[in-house]
Ligand binder design. Structure first.
Ligand code: HEC
Ligand code: HEC
Ligand code: HEC
Ligand code: HEC
Length: 389
């Protein structure tokens, strides 16, 4: 007589053990710590896993600071021929900055004979602008200065250096280009239903960045009054999905839950939101400016290997700086050691396209009155200028 080892009485306990193992494996170890971030009872808690946090701390250590420069009375501009941005910087501080840029941006395998200057420079003529990397860097220096000088409402006190994004790589690890989807298979049309880490694998649009960072598309989806004008035309279920996709992306980029910024009982209400949401509001506008004013204008210079499938440049998103941490590099203030990168850029910043200012719809106007977020500087005027999609 044949006896199967998989007979029912034997397989059941086996299955039970397997199931138990799966359930236990699904638990995080050790149990996460929770920190209360809002009023008691409203569930505004942050959960962190001490094990993952320790690994993140190890992975987010800034490099050693370059030794301070010996002060000299002459500026770099009096010695060098082609300084369009850094001419006013003291000569020794200029050299110190060149050393730092090299360490922050040039991968070690690109160094030649023990130095990385060659990644941006033609060593026979340091003043020449023959390498696109040098021209891009000039714009990057201006972008970094502008960010620190003008967007303090988001990046202060930590501030930003090249290292915040680059971390020793020529191209930062987390950049994005427009995702054309697979239109042929019908998956491109709605911009969703394609497995993607961007909205944290939710069935939401997979490219909210092009929609919200390339364009000044409004993120607001909550009508402030019943039968608000604009409902159906501009605010509808489809648009809700786009806003949620962006929010998933933002949460993932910062390694936080929604209630790091919101009170989830009322997502739209600023008076119940965390001050961090105000920082996020500025962050969205800052990212738009960085891409429009500094990255897009470089596109013609870039080789094809630096572009997306549609020939667009690799752009900045929340993840580019944050890399899964609520404050990049855990708030380690590198800027204080390189004050040149905090100076307003002496070159006129190309003005980003003026945002269209449609007549303020009632929905946003009413919301705007409640925009006095705690510690927030978001003004009603700013929200109204946002307009609707
Ligand atoms: C990531 C790109 C990059 C790297 C790496 C780099 N530089 Fe530069 N360098 C620049 C840029 C951009 C300028 C022009 C700045 C301006 O226009 O104000 C410049 C300008 C200079 C100049 C002025 C040349 C002139 O006459 O106008 C010198 C000298 C210089 N760099 C030296 C160095 C040295 C030495 C190294 C290596 C330790 C180095 N650079 C590494 C981007 C770089
Ligand atoms: C906010 C993020 C961010 C900061 C800060 C930043 N960069 Fe970049 N950088 C990018 C992105 C995105 C790209 C890719 C797009 C491009 O090439 O224009 C890039 C590209 C570059 C490239 C081209 C590299 C290549 O091989 O194609 C150079 C060089 C560069 N950055 C230098 C710098 C320097 C120098 C600084 C500091 C003064 C700096 N970056 C600061 C985001 C940043
Ligand atoms: C880093 C802070 C931050 C995180 C995390 C975050 N949000 Fe937001 N959220 C914002 C900001 C800022 C706005 C307003 C943007 C604007 O109007 O330009 C917003 C707007 C919204 C809105 C639209 C409100 C309205 O006015 O109609 C909804 C809904 C929303 N968030 C849901 C979520 C959800 C769900 C999550 C988690 C998946 C989340 N948010 C995570 C900052 C955040
Ligand atoms: C150019 C780099 C950069 C980019 C890009 C960036 N951030 Fe930040 N962000 C920072 C820095 C630096 C800080 C730390 C400021 C501080 O010291 O409080 C910060 C802080 C924040 C905080 C406060 C966190 C806290 O717990 O206090 C929020 C919220 C935030 N950013 C949201 C965003 C969002 C949303 C995006 C994308 C739309 C974004 N950031 C893109 C650099 C950046």
């Amino acid at each position: 007589m044949k006896v199967s080892i998989f007979s029912a009485p034997k397989i059941l306990p086996l299955a039970a053990v397997g199931l138990a193992a799966m359930i236990v494996a699904g638990c995080e170890r050790p149990p996460p710590d929770s920190e209360q971030r809002g009023y008691r009872g409203v569930g505004q808690n942050a959960y962190v896993n001490p094990r993952i946090l320790a690994a993140q701390h190890r992975a987010n250590v800034p490099p050693a600071v370059q030794p301070p420069a010996v002060p000299v009375p002459i500026t770099a501009g009096t010695v060098y021929k082609n300084l369009q941005v850094l001419g006013d910087v003291p000569l020794t501080e200029f050299t110190r900055l060149m050393l730092a840029l090299t360490e922050w941006v040039v991968p070690k395998d690109q160094w030649v004979a023990g130095q990385g200057c060659v990644y941006c420079h033609d060593l026979a003529d340091m003043a020449a602008d023959t390498k696109y990397q040098k021209v891009v860097s000039r714009s990057m220096i201006q972008m970094t200065q502008r960010t620190n000088a003008a967007w303090g409402a988001h990046v202060a006190p930590t501030g930003v250096t090249c290292y915040t994004c680059h971390r020793g790589n020529a191209i930062p690890k987390y950049v994005w280009t427009t995702n054309p989807g697979r239109a042929a298979s019908g998956q491109g049309a709605s911009g969703q239903n394609r497995l993607s880490a961007v909205p944290a694998f939710a069935s939401l649009p997979y490219d909210p960045m092009t929609t919200f960072f390339d364009k000044d598309t409004s993120i607001v989806i909550t009508p402030a009054t019943a039968l608000s004008p604009g409902w159906n035309d501009t605010i509808n279920t489809k648009k809700t999905e786009w806003t949620y996709a962006l929010m998933m992306y933002m949460s993932r980029s910062l390694g936080v839950g929604c209630n790091h910024c919101h009170n989830s009982r009322q997502f739209a209400d600023w008076s119940q939101s965390q001050p961090t949401r105000t920082k996020g509001w500025y962050a969205v506008r800052q990212v738009r400016e960085m891409n429009k004013a500094y990255i897009w204008p470089l596109n013609d210079l870039l080789p094809a290997s630096r572009k997306g499938p549609l020939g667009d440049p690799m752009r900045i998103g929340c993840e580019t700086c944050h890399q899964g941490i609520n404050k990049p590099l855990f708030g380690e203030p590198m800027l204080k050691d390189y004050p040149v990168l905090g100076q307003p850029s002496p070159v006129v910043v190309p003005t980003p396209e003026a945002a269209p200012e449609p007549a303020a719809p009632a929905a946003v106007q009413t919301d705007a009155e409640a925009l006095d977020a705690p510690g927030g500087k978001v003004t009603g005027e700013a929200a109204v200028q946002e307009g609707l999609m």
